[in-house]
Design a protein around this ligand. Structure first.
Ligand code: ADP
Length: 432
C-alpha cells in the first residue's frame, strides 16, 4: 500500500506530466485545464465513495458494503471491521443484560431499582404484582407516589435501611404480608428487595395461637385442681364427700393427661413427613377393638352398629389407623344424645377405594364450620366438647393420619340430621 504522501506526490507529478504533454501538443491554453482534470479525478472518485458510504450508513449496513478498490478500500475495510466489532460487543452486552433481566424475573422476590430521585428505573413482574405497578407505565415515576403507605414513605424518607420493613394487607386482595428492604448501590441508587412473608406470618400467628390455646386448655384443669388442693384440708369431709372430690380431681387430671397425649400424638405425626408404611391392618380385629371401646364409652346409651361389608384389609400403620378410627367413633358417641344411633362401617367402593365411615344421629354441624373442623382446638360448641372430655385435637389428628395414608376425610353433616365422617383410602392401600 502506498502512503498518503507518495500518492499525493504521484498525483502532482501526473498533473504536471499531463500539463506538459498538453503544452507540447496543444499549447498553454490546454495545459492548465489538463493538469486540473488530472487533479480532479481523485476528488470525484472520493466524492463518489463518500456518497456510497453515506447511503450505507443511513441503511445501518456499512459492514455489508462492497469494498471499492484503491485508497478507499483500506478505509472502508477498517471501518467495516470497527462496526462489526462494535455490533458484536453490543450483542454480547445485550445478551448479558437479557440474562440478568431473566434472572431477576425468575426471582420469587420482588425487585425494584430506584435512581437517585427514587424513581423506578426497573422492576420485575413480581414487584409489579405486589404493588399493582406496570413497569411500562410507571417507569421513571417516583416510587412514593405509587406506593402510598405512610410507613413505606417514612421508611424511604428516613434513609435508614439497616432493618427491613413489614407491609401488611398488600396486593390486589390486601391479603399479602411483604417484607421489604432497600440496599444502596451506585451513585445514590437503591435496590428494593421485597419478599412475600404471608405464609411465614400465618405460621407465626398459628404458632402463637397454638401456644395460647394449649396454655388456656391447661390452665382450666390446673386451676380447678389447685382450688381443690388448697381447700380440701380445711374442710371436714365425710367419706362420700371425699370420694366425690377425688373423683372431680381425677377427672381434671384425666383431662390434662388426654390433652398432653393428644399433643404428643400430633407432634409425632407432624414430625414424620414420610408416608405411612404398608403394613397389613386386619379390619375384623380392628372393628372388634373399636366396638369394645365404643360400648365402654356409650355405657348402653346408644344403639351401636359395626358393619364390615368387605373382606379386604387396609395397608397402613395399625396404631395410627386405630387412633383415627376410634377418634371418629368416640366423637360420634360423645356428640350423639342418649338413645341415638352410631354406625361404623368398613367397605370398598366401586373404584376399589377403602372407606371407613361413622354415621350418627347427633346434632349435625352447620356448613360454615365444616372446613374448619380439622383445625387444632376448633370446636363448634366449646362447652359440649369439654363436657364430653374432648381436647379439640381429635379431628386434627385424624386429618394428619389421613394425609400420611393419602386418604381423604369427607364430612357430610347437616344441623338436626346427624353426621357422617368418612375416611377414603386409595385403591393401592386396600388388600383383598
Ligand atoms: P373435640 O375433642 O372437641 O371433640 P375434635 O377435633 O374431635 O375435638 O372435633 C372438633 C369439633 O367438631 C368438636 O368440638 C365438635 O364441635 C365437632 N364434631 C366432631 N365430631 C362431631 C360429631 N360426630 N357430631 C357433631 N359435632 C362433631
Amino acid at each position: 500500500m502506498l502512503s498518503v504522501l507518495t500518492r499525493f506526490t504521484l498525483l502532482i507529478c501526473l498533473a504536471f506530466v499531463a500539463a506538459y504533454i498538453a503544452l507540447a501538443n496543444w499549447g498553454p491554453d490546454i495545459a492548465i485545464p489538463a493538469g486540473l482534470v488530472v487533479l480532479a479525478i481523485p476528488l470525484v472518485y472520493s466524492y463518489i465513495n463518500l456518497a456510497r458510504l453515506r447511503k450505507y450508513v443511513i441503511q445501518d449496513s456499512v459492514e455489508n458494503m462492497p469494498l471499492p478498490s484503491g485508497f478507499w478500500e483500506e478505509v472502508f475495510f477498517r471501518l467495516q471491521r470497527l462496526v462489526r466489532n462494535l455490533k458484536q460487543e453490543i450483542r454480547t452486552v445485550e445478551k448479558q443484560h437479557d440474562r440478568f433481566i431473566e434472572a431477576f424475573q425468575a426471582s420469587p422476590n420482588g425487585i425494584l431499582m430506584l435512581d437517585d430521585q427514587d424513581q423506578i428505573e426497573w422492576c420485575n413482574s413480581i414487584a409489579e404484582r405486589f404493588f399493582g405497578l406496570n413497569f411500562k407505565r410507571d417507569v421513571l415515576q417516583r416510587i412514593n407516589f405509587l406506593i402510598r403507605r405512610p410507613e413505606f414513605i417514612q421508611y424511604l424518607a428516613k434513609r435508614q435501611f439497616e432493618d427491613p420493613l413489614l407491609l401488611e394487607r398488600m396486593g390486589a386482595d390486601a391479603n399479602l404480608s411483604l417484607m421489604l428492604q432497600a440496599f444502596p448501590f451506585g451513585q445514590n441508587r437503591h435496590l428494593l428487595l421485597v419478599q412475600d412473608v404471608t405464609d411465614l406470618q400465618k405460621a407465626d400467628a398459628m404458632r402463637r395461637d397454638f401456644v395460647a390455646n394449649v396454655s388456656h386448655e391447661m390452665r382450666t384443669p390446673i386451676t380447678v385442681l389447685m382450688g381443690f388442693l388448697e381447700t380440701i384440708h380445711t374442710l371436714d369431709l365425710d367419706k362420700a364427700q371425699q370420694d366425690q372430690y377425688f373423683e372431680m380431681m381425677m377427672s381434671q387430671a384425666q383431662r390434662m393427661k388426654s390433652l398432653v397425649e393428644d399433643l404428643l400424638t400430633l407432634a409425632n405425626l407432624e414430625a414424620n413427613t414420610l408416608p405411612a408404611p404398608m403394613q397389613s391392618v386386619q379390619i375384623p380385629t380392628l372393628m372388634a377393638l373399636l366396638k369394645n371401646d365404643a360400648e365402654a364409652l356409650s355405657q348402653g346409651r346408644h344403639a351401636l352398629n359395626f358393619e364390615t361389608s368387605s373382606p379386604c384389609d387396609l395397608m397402613g400403620e395399625e396404631r395410627e389407623i386405630l387412633s383415627a378410627f376410634s377418634n371418629l367413633v368416640s366423637n360420634a358417641i360423645r356428640y350423639t344424645p342418649d338413645v341415638g344411633a352410631v354406625t361404623a362401617r368398613w367397605s370398598v367402593n366401586a373404584q376399589g377405594q377403602g372407606e371407613f365411615s361413622v354415621t350418627d344421629t347427633g346434632p349435625g354441624i352447620a356448613s360454615e364450620h365444616l372446613s374448619r373442623l380439622t383445625e387444632r382446638f376448633y370446636r363448634v360448641d366449646r362447652s359440649r366438647s369439654r363436657d364430653t372430655g374432648g381436647t379439640g385435637l381429635g379431628l386434627a389428628i385424624v386429618k394428619h393420619i389421613a394425609n400420611r395414608h393419602q386418604a381423604q376425610l369427607i364430612i357430610d353433616s347437616m344441623p338436626g340430621k346427624g353426621s357422617t365422617f368418612t375416611l377414603r383410602f386409595p385403591k393401592d392401600r386396600v388388600a383383598c
